[in-house]
Structures are given as C-alpha cells and as structure tokens.
Design a protein around this ligand. Structure first.
Ligand code: SAH
Length: 491
C-alpha cells in the first residue's frame, strides 16, 4: 500500500491568494474547528454561509452579530450553487467525502479539514502584518511543520511591515511614474528599504516617513545612506529574555558595540557577518571610555551603518543610555531605543523573589551605591523605611557601607537579603541572609560581579519559591562554626 517516496505527491500545489470579497463561501459544520476556519475567513470580506445540524457557541454568536449566515440543516448539494469555495468541517467523514465529491463535480474548490486527500485547496499557516501575509504550506502533508516555521517567521518579521506596505501603496503611482524601468525601480526600493523610511515607520512617525519617501522620490540618484543607532537592552544573560525587537535588531545590524555584561549566548544570535566591537574589554591599557563609545557610534552611523549599541539589562537603568542618546542627538544621528529586562527584574524572577508582595512590600527602588560619593547622595532615611524592596546595582564592593547606613537609619538588622550573582545565567548563585551579616556573608561566599543585592522581607521567599539553578545558599555567618583565624587573633 505504501508508495515509494519518489512517487508520492511529486506535484506541487500552486500558491495563490484569493480575493473572496462578497463571494460566497460555504462552511459545513459549526463546531470549534469550523469556527477557527470562519475566523480566518471573516477578514476577507467573503459572504459566509454556514450549514450545520447544530451550531456551537462561537458560530451562533457570529450569526447573531450578522457576520455569517447560519442555516440549521443537513448538507444538501444545492448549497454549493453560488459558492466559490467550500470548507467541510463536520465531524462525519462520510459527509465530508460527499461534500468534496459534490464540490468537485461543480468545480468549486474544497478544503476538507484534516483531510488533505479529499481537499483540492489547502489552507496555509499564515504570518500576518496588516495586509502583508506570509503563507506556509506543507501541502497538507505535515501541518505541524508549517506551524513550527510560522512561529519562527513570526519572530523575525517586524510588526511595522503592514504599515510600510500601506505607505508604499499610497505612493505607488508616483513611484512607478518616477521609475518606469523595472530594474531601476528595484534598486530604488532596495535603497529605500535600507534607509530611514522603515525606521520612521517603526517609530510610528508616519508623517515623517511619508515626507522621507517623497524626498527619496525627488532625489535623482536615490537616497544617501542613512545610518542609525539602536540602543538595545540585551537583558541579564539568558538569551530567552531578549525582546523580539532586540532579536530583529541583532539580525539586521551592520555594527554591534557591546558591553562586557552582554552574554556570549546573546551575541551568538546576532548576524554573523556584523562587525562586533567589544567596548567593555580592556583595549590596550584601558577600556573604551564613554566619549570613545560616542565617537564610535557616530562614526559608524555617519558612514551609513545600522549600528546596534548593545547593553546588559536595560539601557535606561544604570546604563548611561541617556548620555549616549544626547551624544547622538547632538550629532544629528537617528536613534531608537529597545528596552531590555533589567537585572532587578531578572534576578528577582530567577531567584523566586517577587519584588512586591501584598504582605511585605508596596514599592521597589533601584539603587546604586558603588562608591562613597554616590552613596552620599542617597536618601538613606528613605531607603531604611520598611515595606519596600531595595535592589542595589554595582554594590558588591560597598556592602559594608550599605549595611551600616541602613541600620544607622533604622532598617531592622534582621531584614532578609539575597545576593544574586550571574542572575539568569547557567552559573547563577543566590546567597541569602540578614542585613546584619551582609558583608561577611558575601565575603564568605566570595560573591563576584555581576551581582545584585535584593533587600527586604521578600528576599526570604527565595528559600520557598526558587526554581532556577541551585537552591539558595543560606549564609548565617555568626551561626557558622567560626574559622580559626579570629580565635588565633583573640588568643
Ligand atoms: N543596565 C543594566 C545595569 C548595568 S549596571 C541593567 O539594567 O541590568 C551593572 C550592574 O547590574 C552589575 O554590577 C550588577 O549589579 C547588575 N547586573 C547586571 N546583570 C546582572 C546579572 N546577570 N546578575 C546579577 N546582577 C547583574
């Protein structure tokens, strides 16, 4: 019975997109499967007739709203009379087969749900961006494969493509008039697509996009290269915490300027032939300084590159993102910002510590106290108040100072803390304890950067709610058997 692979369905389906507006489409069956197909048909403006013995809730509701015509009856051939397409979605195989045969005889295209042999039309998996559609077909042979691909394509196509299509359509006549030669027109499109117009559409600057497109039409030789900088948050390390927008930006980048905090796993997702510049690394004797970073961004954008400035966590949380945008603005370079998941958010989540909790904390503060000077500028009395969670960034070196000042301003010595080192990464460690012991515990466990300090009642929940990597290490310094050194000293 089994056909050899060489002879099975060597013919290919012909892909086409059908205009069904005001054309009759018959759907037989009105259960959940039929409802799914009807939903896909509604946007097309087809006039949909549903014939079924019983109607499920969704189809009944659509009929109530007048969006489909519902006929409670058994399928009869005359229902096909004015139809262009029929979808057989009954749960009775014999009925489905009868519908397919009747449709074939009348030259009406038929899709029989989950039966590619009876269907002469397959409904593809679709990725939609407005009126732009990508349809994927496995010829009905492996719909799951098509669905899998659909999910992957979803991640790479920007949401603004539908708007871009509308923009090009509005100027279609003008574009054709300007470039009657097809090859010239194609080259013009390529230049426009690599330039500022899609960026403006993505930033929802629709009027500016329109103007830029018209400018591009006016230029004799197309548009000069328009470089730009995307300030992108890379998140805490786990590449799964990148936003889709960040992933797309990494896929399109010509130049990537990245910090030390950006994980190798995230960089591995970027376009292979992009130029990677590690501005966090010791270059020669010192790492590239902030002015140097500004200069690099401007230089590459000016020569037309799509620059991604990739930062650990969120670019606007202790990331000097503001300064970088000011430098770009001063240089007249276009920019966009893609937020990332900041360390406080990620470390808390991956340690099982809710940052707020109805019983323990009504507010969260993101704080940095990396040196004496920055510590002096903080409102310690405010920070010492209870019922709030504090997330200290860059704090590993200043834990003593943090403990002393908080306790001096009245925060309870028994307040729980968690130190999250390498949050969200395979080597993540969580160390918990109470405020009084904070610096000693950190020293005992040799906590290293990058680490985030979470302080507040919620930190104690890690013991119960942890789920990622190793269980939290409890650091009760004073309860531990004391190492010999202090004893020797005492002697
Ligand atoms: N813009 C970044 C923060 C940069 S400051 C963000 O939004 O996360 C650098 C500090 O962030 C580190 O010293 C550390 O305190 C914290 N940090 C960043 N990534 C971290 C990680 N994966 N685990 C723990 N702390 C992290």
């Amino acid at each position: 019975m089994s056909a050899s692979p060489a002879t099975t369905n060597a013919t290919r389906l012909f892909p086409m997109f059908a205009d069904l507006r005001d054309r009759r489409v018959l759907v037989v069956g009105a259960g959940s499967v039929a409802a799914r197909k009807i939903r896909a048909l509604l946007d097309t403006g087809a006039s949909i007739i549903v014939v079924a013995l019983h109607a499920g809730d969704e189809v009944a509701a659509l009929a109530g709203e007048g969006r489909v015509e519902l006929v409670i009856a058994a399928f009869a051939e005359h229902r096909l009379d004015d139809a262009w397409l029929v979808v057989a979605a009954t749960n009775d195989a014999a009925t489905n087969a009868r519908i397919a045969a009747a449709a074939e005889a009348r030259r009406v295209f038929a899709n029989v749900v989950d039966d590619s042999a009876l269907s002469n039309v397959q409904l593809p998996a679709v990725v939609q961006r407005g009126r732009l559609q990508v349809a994927i077909s496995s010829a009905g042979a492996a719909p799951m494969l098509a669905r899998h691909l659909r999910a992957r394509i979803e991640t790479v196509l920007d949401d603004s493509l539908g708007d871009l299509l509308e923009l090009f359509e509005r100027h279609r006549e003008a574009i054709r008039a300007r470039w009657s030669d097809l090859a010239q027109r194609r080259r013009w499109f390529e230049r426009v697509l690599a330039g500022v117009v899609p960026q403006l559409v993505r930033a929802k600057q629709h009027i500016a996009a329109d103007v830029a497109l018209q400018d591009a039409l006016g230029e004799s030789d197309g548009i000069g290269a328009a470089g730009s900088v995307l300030l992108v948050g890379a998140g805490p390390g786990d590449p799964g915490l990148l936003t889709l927008r960040a992933l797309r930006a990494l896929n399109e980048a010509d130049v990537i300027l990245h910090d030390q905090l950006v994980s190798a796993e995230v960089l591995a997702l970027a376009r292979r032939d992009a130029q990677f510049i590690d501005v966090g690394k010791q270059a020669g004797h010192h790492r590239v300084d902030q002015d140097g970073i500004h200069a690099l961004m401007v230089e590459h954008a000016r020569r037309g590159a799509r620059v991604v400035r990739l930062k650990g966590g969120a670019p606007f949380v202790f990331g000097r993102g503001g300064e970088e945008l000011q430098a770009l603005r001063a240089a007249g370079i276009r920019y966009e910002v893609v937020p990332g998941i900041t360390a406080a958010n990620a470390c808390a989540a991956y340690a099982g510590i809710p940052l707020t909790h109805r019983e323990h904390a009504q507010s969260v503060r993101l704080v940095t106290a990396h040196c004496e000077q920055s510590a002096d500028r903080l409102d310690w009395a405010g920070l010492a108040q209870d019922r709030q969670t504090l997330a200290f960034y860059m704090g590993v070196a200043g834990l003593e100072r943090i403990r002393d000042r908080l306790i001096a301003h009245g925060r309870a010595a028994g307040t729980p803390f968690a130190l999250v080192e390498n949050g969200s990464r395979p080597e993540q460690r969580v160390i918990t304890g109470t405020l009084a012991d904070l610096p000693e515990v950190a020293r005992t466990h040799a906590v290293r950067s990058p680490a985030l300090l979470i302080l507040g009642e919620v930190a104690a929940l890690a013991a119960e709610l942890h789920w990622f990597g190793a269980a939290p290490l409890e650091g009760r310094c004073r309860a531990l058997p004391t190492p010999s050194l202090p004893l020797d000293r005492a002697a």
